[in-house]
Design a protein around this ligand. Structure first.
Ligand code: APR
Length: 250
C-alpha cells in the first residue's frame, strides 16, 4: 500500500476525480449505515419487507411510514466535513464527479454540483405503476397517496430487485472509465451494480483510494487504503492540497 503522500501527489495531478460514496460518508452527519453490526438499519429492520417492491405492495402503509420517518429525519441533517471536502475538491481539480448510492441529498447540500444518484433520492416521489413524478408530497401521511393515474405513490428510490435508472448507471460507468483518480468512500462494496464501479475504473487505469474505517472487498484492489472516518480523512487531504497550493503561490 502506498502512503498518504503519494495520494496527495496523485490527487494534485488528477484531471478527473470520481468519488464513489455510500452510507458511511453520511454517518458523521448522524445517518445510520445499513450493515453496521451495532447500529446498521438492516439490523433492526427487514429489507425484504421495507425495501422491495413486493414488500411495498404487501403493506403500503408500513413501507410509506418507514420512509416518511427517514425523510423527516434527513430533512434536519447537515452535511459533514467529508461531504464538504468533496465539494471543495471541485475548486482544485478540473473535473470532479460524485457517484453516490445515498438517497439523502447531502452531497448537493454541501455544494457538489456534478452528482449521479444511483439509488434515487428520498425527497422525490413517483407512482408505482407508471413512474409519474410527483410534486412535493407532505410528511406525516399514514399511507401512500394516489397518483392522477390511480397508482400508489412511492419514494423515488431503488429497492432491492429493481433496476437502477439506466441513464445514471450508464453515465456512472462512463465516468469511472475516464477518471484518473477514484475515491471509494464509506461503502461496504456489497451491493451491485454500484460495487462493480471501482473494478471497472481500476481496469481502465484509475488510481483507487479507499476511505473507510473497515476493510471491504474493494480494499484488495485499492492502490491506497486510508483507514478511518471520511470526515477526518477527506478534510485532511484537502488541507494538505491547500497547503501545497499556498506554498506554490508564495
Ligand atoms: N466514514 C467512512 N465510512 C464509514 C464510516 C465513516 N465515518 N462509518 C462507517 N463507514 C463504512 C462502513 O465500514 C461500511 O463499509 O461505511 C460502509 C457502509 O456500508 P453499508 O451500510 O453496506 O452501506 P452502503 O455500502 O452504502 O450500502 C449500499 O445497500 O441497503 C442498500 O440501498 C442501500 O445504498 C445502500 C446499499
Amino acid at each position: 500500500m502506498k502512503n498518504n503522500e503519494s495520494v496527495v501527489e496523485r490527487l494534485r495531478s488528477a484531471q478527473k476525480v470520481v468519488a464513489l460514496t455510500g452510507a458511511g460518508v453520511s454517518k458523521e452527519s448522524g445517518i445510520p449505515t445499513f450493515r453496521d453490526a451495532q447500529t446498521g438499519l438492516w439490523k433492526d429492520y427487514d429489507p425484504e419487507r421495507l425495501a422491495t417492491p413486493e414488500g411495498f405492495l404487501a403493506d403500503p402503509p408500513l413501507v410509506w411510514q418507514w420512509y416518511d420517518m427517514r425523510r423527516e429525519k434527513i430533512a434536519d441533517v447537515q452535511p459533514n466535513p467529508g461531504h464538504y471536502a468533496l465539494a471543495e475538491l471541485e475548486k482544485m481539480i478540473p473535473v470532479v464527479v460524485i457517484v453516490t448510492q445515498n438517497i439523502d441529498g447531502l452531497h448537493a447540500k454541501a455544494g457538489s454540483r456534478d452528482i449521479i444518484e444511483l439509488h434515487g433520492n428520498i425527497t422525490r416521489h413517483i407512482c408505482f405503476d407508471n413512474r409519474h413524478q410527483q410534486e412535493k408530497v407532505p410528511l406525516k401521511l399514514k399511507q401512500p397517496p394516489c397518483c392522477r393515474c390511480g397508482s400508489l405513490i412511492r419514494p423515488d428510490v431503488v429497492w432491492f430487485g429493481e433496476a437502477l435508472p439506466p441513464d445514471s448507471l450508464e453515465k456512472a460507468f462512463a465516468e469511472v472509465r475516464s477518471a484518473d483518480f477514484i475515491f471509494v468512500v464509506g461503502t461496504s462494496g456489497l451491493v451491485q451494480p454500484a460495487a462493480s464501479l471501482p473494478y471497472i475504473g481500476k481496469q481502465a487505469g484509475a488510481y483507487i483510494v479507499e476511505v473507510n474505517p473497515e476493510e471491504t472487498p474493494i480494499t484488495d484492489i485499492a492502490d491506497c487504503f486510508l483507514q478511518g472516518p471520511s470526515g477526518r480523512i477527506l478534510s485532511n487531504l484537502i488541507e494538505q492540497l491547500r497547503a501545497i497550493a499556498v506554498e506554490e503561490s508564495g
